[in-house]
Design a binder for this molecule. Structure first.
Ligand code: SF4
Length: 954
């Protein structure tokens, strides 16, 4: 078919006078347009992915054709792992762009700005291309290139020696961005080290604890798409957890008529889309939620059958009101008494949210009933002392309305997530590492990792080999100068290996900096609770897959990646073999091929085995005429279940029940000493993984572990409650927890498009407060924390609740003059002075600006502002129960003085250690019952052998 393009008069004149080429000379068949109506027609059809042809945009108005190989992978720029497709230019062999993957069940072809910006990251002129080893003193800023072999041998020898000398607890792996579903658990357990440490206690442990104490699962999985009423305690439409997959579904529900309420002191983009914006004073969220629970109880809007069957209300009555008959009516009467103080007026006094709005929202929730979806992730649960009580009280509303696990309700995370089956599972480690789970925090949901440098300073232990994986605590964590002090000490940390795609503030204090792949340069497995279904996705190195399609397969991923950029999966296999060269440590046997007896496993075999064991995938692959692995390489994702609800009502099979006993009073079904289910309405259901196998309104665990005052859902006054602030002295609460939608912690400084959009983090402040202090937008403000201060600019906005100030935590990246250049789109050059007595001072000496590189855009940088690093001035605030860092800060605001400059920072690490000790005093340490370190039923990220849960007998 000849091209029938219509040409404008101007085009025709331009052609005639030779200004542009003659567009009428059509010589080739034009390309099809993706305009057919129907599902997914805006994406290239997969049968053309091996040779997809598009016009070259840069050649316009010429119609020159470009041939691409399209390879799917997943985004690595937040936890959601949305699908991406890499368009690889067949001529140059380079990735040209990233678009969405329509076959990914969660993201369905859509991405936020950070997904396509992956192209910036892989072409970043400052990226680390080769393994680097430090020269001179640690932290001095001098580096030399080494080979992978040299690095592997050196690190392996250190680990081997530690293991031979039974110093297993000195080998530690600390993960920032995880995303490979159990891979490291296998590695660490094969080494027999209790070496897993994570970032979770500066992220989501508070919310996780609040959920777990209810029903044994630590995250919610809202079915937003089918909800009638949606309640959010975070900015989900713009930046919350799993936000792109969630945002799509929240909007779908809104388009069908659902209502949205957002509890947030900041008028976020999400709050601006809400039907109800409830600007609560930080830390009072639980009071608002309990007031709504009271309305639901008082007005009889609760779901009686659900509560009767699936809440341990009888335990509550028996323990708390032993004189009363055990009847549902008595239970309702007693809990109405429990919450009688939580009137809407009391909640208004605490939070500032109008009582009438609280009542209105509560009634809407009662009306929505089972179609009530909720989410709280970091936000309030990560900001406050007792923040875990926020998610606990939020789940209370789901329990009251019976919307747990229903269509349009909120399921536990594990129901919408897959656990891979591995070719080999090493035994649980036989060590308990008290640097990760110290006796003071027996209920900490994850490791209180932000206290690690304080534990090291106190001599609680040392680390011989410390891996940081896509992890930047010096910058991301509170109290970063204390981290620098610990990382600088070879007594505390024998060897520090930073596994990272890009230079960061923590890598400057490493011994090895090992370049690991970005999203399109590595293998990982992803499966998350983004909606009511279950899916699995495959992050793969796209150039490796393109090479295979071209008939040029590689052995190791670094052969296909830029420079010698590798990936962790293969790295750990090689390292494990070198730790145990003759197999005598019993490590090697866990890294043998399941298909080639006695030989080292390779990465294809590792994933082939997993994919063979995903329900439904073998059939789908067979229908497509492929192996399971090839299917995943081709499509990048697989939907295991379209919807999954009410999994607590799975009936136990005859085989599962064989040999079990039923407790007449509680209905608990036990087998081999463990509860496996519960009788409800005469049926043996699997229930929830709690001691009662039900939702635990009443927690015996809290009583057993010395917190009886929190046996039922409660409101806990935060450390930044107005009772604790002296407003006459200019004290405010600083909310530092919000994300900008376009940035991701310290991982987006290498993306020019993202830093062009967002490159400053001013202090949000209401006009009333600005007037009181006497500042206007752009003025400098000195923000005094408990351990120091930072100097930032002010942004005066009505979008902030009066009396509260906020600052995004994604900006303020830095390097010292002696450090390698990296992330120059976002990084200020600073001077750092240490007075030798705990005093640290930072000052910006050079702003962001244009620079020479192979990327012409680097000369076009028009912004100079790199923002201010606020987290480093925050003291650690470990919640004594969940172990979560309570991010909100009590700050004293004052106008900057004549000597203060934008970006100035001062911190006293001695004061920081004192604050740590003050918070430590709030704990109620183990042992608990039976000399336990931790309740046996509570999960741990890497669960050690059961015997390690008990303190050794003296
Ligand atoms: S929400 Fe954005 S950053 Fe997160 S995985 Fe999806 S595309 Fe990437």
């Amino acid at each position: 078919m000849k091209n029938k393009r219509h040409h404008t008069l101007i085009e025709q004149i331009a052609e005639k006078i030779g200004l542009i080429p003659n567009l009428h000379q059509e010589t080739e068949t034009p390309l099809d347009r993706l305009t057919e109506p129907g599902h997914l027609t805006n994406f290239p059809p997969p049968e053309k992915w091996d040779d997809w042809v598009e016009y070259e945009a840069k050649d316009w108005p010429r119609l020159s054709k470009k041939h691409y190989t399209i390879v799917p992978t997943t985004c690595f720029n937040c936890e959601a792992a949305c699908g991406l497709t890499a368009f690889i230019d067949k001529e140059t062999g380079q990735v040209r762009k990233f678009e969405g993957n329509p076959y990914h069940p969660a993201s369905r072809g859509r991405n936020c700005a950070k997904g396509p910006a992956t192209i910036n990251q892989i072409t970043d002129p400052d990226r680390i291309l080769y393994p680097m080893k430090r020269k001179g003193e640690r932290g001095e800023g001098q580096w030399e290139r080494v080979s992978w072999d040299e690095a592997l041998d050196d690190i392996a020898a250190r680990i081997r020696k530690a293991l031979l000398e039974k110093r297993n607890n000195e080998v530690v792996y600390h993960v920032g961005r995880p995303g490979h579903e159990g891979y490291m658990d296998r590695v660490l357990q094969s080494w027999n080290v209790d070496g897993h440490n994570s970032h979770t206690n500066i992220c989501s442990s508070g919310a996780r604890f609040g959920y777990s104490i209810w029903y044994g699962y630590d995250r919610p999985s809202p079915d937003h798409a089918n909800a009638d009423f949606i309640f959010l305690i975070s900015a989900h439409l713009e930046s919350g957890h799993y936000f792109n997959p969630h945002a799509q579904r929240i909007i779908e529900a809104k388009m069908k008529g659902a209502k949205l309420a957002v509890l947030d002191p900041r008028l976020s983009n999400t709050a601006s889309m809400a039907d109800y914006w409830m600007p609560s004073y930080p830390g009072t969220e639980a009071a608002v939620l309990l007031a709504m629970a009271k309305v639901i109880l008082d007005e009889g809007l609760y779901n009686r059958p659900y509560i009767e069957n699936w809440v341990n209300w009888k335990d509550y009555l028996k323990k708390v009101h032993p004189d009363l008959p055990v009847s549902f009516e008595n239970y309702i009467e007693k809990i109405r008494e429990e919450y009688r103080e939580f009137t809407p007026e009391f909640a208004e006094k605490e939070s500032g949210v109008k009582a009438a709005m609280i009542v209105d929202v509560a009634r809407q929730i009662g009306k929505a009933g089972e179609r009530f979806s909720t989410h709280n992730w970091r936000s309030a649960s990560s900001g406050n002392l007792g923040g875990w009580a926020v998610s606990r009280c939020l789940h209370f509303l789901n329990v009251l309305t019976g919307s747990v696990g229903t269509v349009g309700g909120t399921s536990p995370s594990a129901w919408n997530k897959i656990k891979p089956k591995f070719f080999d599972t090493p035994p649980a480690q036989t060590f308990w590492n008290e640097l990760h789970f110290p006796k003071e925090y027996p209920l900490a949901f994850f490791e209180p990792s932000f206290l690690l440098p304080h534990f090291l300073k106190e001599g609680r232990g040392r680390m011989e080999v410390y891996f940081t994986r896509v992890f930047n605590p010096v910058w991301t964590y509170p109290d970063g100068f204390t981290w620098i002090e610990a990382l600088s000490s070879e007594q505390m940390i024998g060897m520090h290996i930073a596994l990272t795609p890009t230079w960061n503030e923590t890598a400057f204090w490493a011994d090895y900096v090992l370049p690991m792949g970005l999203a399109s340069e590595r293998h990982d497995l992803n499966s998350y609770e983004t909606h009511s279904g279950v899916w699995i996705a495959f992050r793969q190195p796209v150039l490796r897959e393109a090479a295979r399609r071209n008939g040029k397969p590689v052995t190791f991923t670094y052969e296909a990646n830029p420079g010698e950029v590798w990936e962790e999966d293969e790295f750990w296999i090689e390292l494990s073999w070198r730790i145990d060269p003759d197999g005598s440590l019993g490590i090697r046997k866990h890294f043998l091929s399941p298909y080639r007896p006695g030989e080292k496993i390779n990465i294809d075999e590792y994933y082939q085995y997993i994919f063979e064991n995903i329900a439904g995938l073998p059939e789908a692959a067979r229908n497509a005429g492929m192996t399971e692995l090839d299917y995943m390489k081709k499509f990048g994702a697989f939907e295991v279940e379209t919807h999954s609800y009410k999994k607590n009502e799975k009936v136990l099979s005859a085989a599962e029940l064989e040999g079990s006993t039923v407790d007449e009073e509680s209905g608990l079904i036990a087998k081999n000493g463990s509860a496996i289910g519960v009788m409800v309405d005469g049926k043996p259901f699997v229930g929830f993984p709690t001691p009662s196998r039900k939702n635990e309104f009443f927690s015996q665990t809290m009583i057993d572990w010395k917190w009886p005052e929190y046996a039922i859902p409660t409101y806990i006054k935060s450390h930044i409650h107005l009772d604790h602030l002296d407003q006459s002295k200019g004290e405010y609460v600083l909310v530092p927890t919000f994300r900008l939608p376009t940035l991701i912690h310290s991982r987006s400084g290498n993306a020019k498009w993202l830093t062009e959009i967002s490159n400053r983090n001013p202090i949000w402040m209401h006009p009333d407060d600005a007037g009181r202090i006497g500042v206007k937008t752009g003025d400098l403000l000195k923000v005094n924390t408990d351990i120091g201060y930072f100097v930032d600019k002010v942004w005066v906005t009505q979008g902030m609740k009066p009396g509260v100030v906020a600052c995004s935590h994604h900006i303020g990246r830095w390097r010292r003059q002696q450090d390698p250049e990296g992330n120059r789109w976002a990084v200020n050059t600073v001077s750092i002075e240490n007075d030798g007595n705990g005093g640290w001072r930072m000052r910006t000496v050079r702003n962001v600006g244009p620079f020479d590189s192979k990327d012409p855009d680097s000369k076009r940088i028009f912004w100079t502002d790199g923002g201010v690093h606020q987290n480093i001035t925050h003291a650690v605030h470990p919640d004594p129960i969940s172990g979560m860092h309570c991010w909100h800060q009590r700050v004293r605001l004052e106008k900057a003085g004549a000597q203060d400059r934008y970006g100035d920072i001062f911190v006293d690490t001695n004061k920081a250690h004192e604050v740590y000790k003050e918070w430590l005093k709030m704990t109620r340490p183990a042992p608990g019952p039976d000399n336990l370190r931790r309740p046996l039923w509570m999960p741990r990220a890497l669960r050690p052998a059961k015997e390690t849960y008990y303190f050794p007998e003296e």
